[in-house]
Design a binder for this molecule. Structure first.
Ligand SMILES: Cc1ncc(COP(=O)(O)O)c(C=O)c1O
Length: 404
């Protein structure tokens, strides 16, 4: 008789955002007169930039003409997009990444979940705590996480690297040696960033112990300070130990359009096995390419007009971030993030737990945020607000919180 993959059965309860949605829907149903402001989920709200809309329209029209119609896209991405990425995201920053080391996909969530497939289930993973939950859950599904302890909310075979106020919300090198290390900077959920010299320590460590770093750069466009790396390949030696994930969701508003890419350098090898070759095989076998129309929209992100328009869009969100950061600080909250990332990480006041503060904010300010404990045990007593709302809503939410 058929058996299910019982690793799925080990996954605890409902996903963080479904619990939030359930609570918010229940509150809204009981209080239809209240206007709830959502600063919880990390989804963008601004419309696509004109340069992107124009590229989409042109590509749609091409599909209507037999002479320019396109069918299946190349599995690994169209050359026009891969070259634009290599030039703009890498060569312009002095990183020697070539177009054929870039694999275009439908987003960083899928890639961050799928990448573990090319590694043995015997590998030990290390994750930041708190963490973007996809890294852990996909390793649970693969059978790499061991057993779950509901008391500590941790998995027996996962190495957790606490990111606390004492470490500026960055991980320290783990005592136990991992095989796969997930890093995400600028960070979701804490909004923290690391300097190039701190990231270099991780690259040196990974090369020394023979580990691979999976570096999620989804929020790179939000970096505003000097000395913060936009890519792990700015560090020396990263080509032999790091895979980098990128998304078009946060820099260009593609959360509903879907586009991302993963970089696997050709020098990245385990023994004499090329990870580039394994990922190419996986991608080519299981994926039929991001849509042509969407890849043309991605190309427009790198056009002169696209860059100018998106710079303004990111600045719009970061203006919200600054408003949240300053507003909460002036109200006496302990706050961080929001400078190189669209996330603000605050300590729940008066000794409240993350979920107690969630309920307090929902009921008394009608503002929705995300409880830090949903991202891992070290997130307990913290809370995440996003800068992705409209400016008007952001201002109103902060004014309401100040009055609590
Ligand atoms: C750290 C991180 N990686 C990846 C993603 C998902 O990106 P995408 O929309 O490209 O799938 C998110 C979305 O919130 C994220 O926070």
């Amino acid at each position: 008789m058929v058996k299910v993959n019982d690793n799925y059965l080990k996954l605890p309860g409902s996903y963080l955002f479904s619990t939030i949605a359930r609570k918010v829907n229940a509150y809204a149903a009981a209080h239809p007169d209240k206007r709830i402001i959502r600063l919880g989920i990390g989804d963008v709200t601004q419309p696509l930039a004109p340069a992107i809309i124009s590229a989409l329209h042109t590509a749609v029209d091409e599909m209507a003409d037999a002479a320019t119609f396109r069918g299946y896209a190349p599995d690994l991405g169209y050359e026009f997009l891969r070259s634009a990425i290599a030039e703009n995201d890498y060569k312009a920053r002095g990183c020697g990444i070539e177009a054929d080391e870039i694999f275009v996909s439908d987003g960083a969530k899928c890639d961050s979940g799928n990448i573990q497939e090319i590694f043995s289930v015997d590998n030990k993973i290390a994750v930041c705590d708190p963490v973007y939950p996809v890294y852990v859950d996909t390793n649970v599904m693969a059978g790499r996480a061991g057993s779950y302890d509901p008391a500590t909310e941790t998995w027996s075979d996962v190495i957790y690297m606490p990111c606390t106020a004492d470490t500026d919300f960055a991980p320290m090198l783990p005592k136990e040696t991992p095989d796969l290390i997930y890093l995400c900077f600028p960070n979701n959920p804490t909004g923290s960033a690391v300097t190039k010299s701190r990231l270099q320590e991780w690259v040196d460590y990974a090369n020394k112990v023979g580990a691979v770093i999976i570096y999620d750069a989804a929020y790179e466009a939000y970096i505003s300070e000097e000395g913060i790396p936009h890519s792990i390949y700015e560090c020396e030696g990263a080509r032999t130990c790091a895979i980098e994930l990128h998304s078009f969701s946060k820099n260009a508003g593609f959360t509903g359009v879907r586009l991302g890419y993963t970089v696997v350098p050709k020098e990245l090898k385990v023994g004499d096995v090329s990870l580039h070759a394994l990922w190419a095989r996986r991608h080519g076998t299981k994926y039929n390419g991001a849509p042509y129309i969407v890849q043309r929209a991605g190309e427009a992100v790198y056009s002169k007009e696209g860059k100018e328009q998106l710079k303004k869009q990111v600045a719009y969100y970061m203006n919200n971030a600054a408003y949240i950061l300053e507003g909460l600080k002036s109200a006496g909250y302990t706050v961080s993030g929001g400078v190189n990332a669209p996330y603000i990480w605050l300590k729940a006041p008066n000794g409240m737990t993350s979920w107690e503060f969630f309920d307090d904010l929902l009921e008394n300010a009608n503002v929705v945020g995300t409880p830090g404990s949903g991202f891992g045990p070290s997130g307990e007593t913290y809370f995440r607000l996003t800068a992705f709302g409209s400016y008007e809503n952001t201002v109103e939410a902060i004014e309401r919180i100040k009055k609590l």
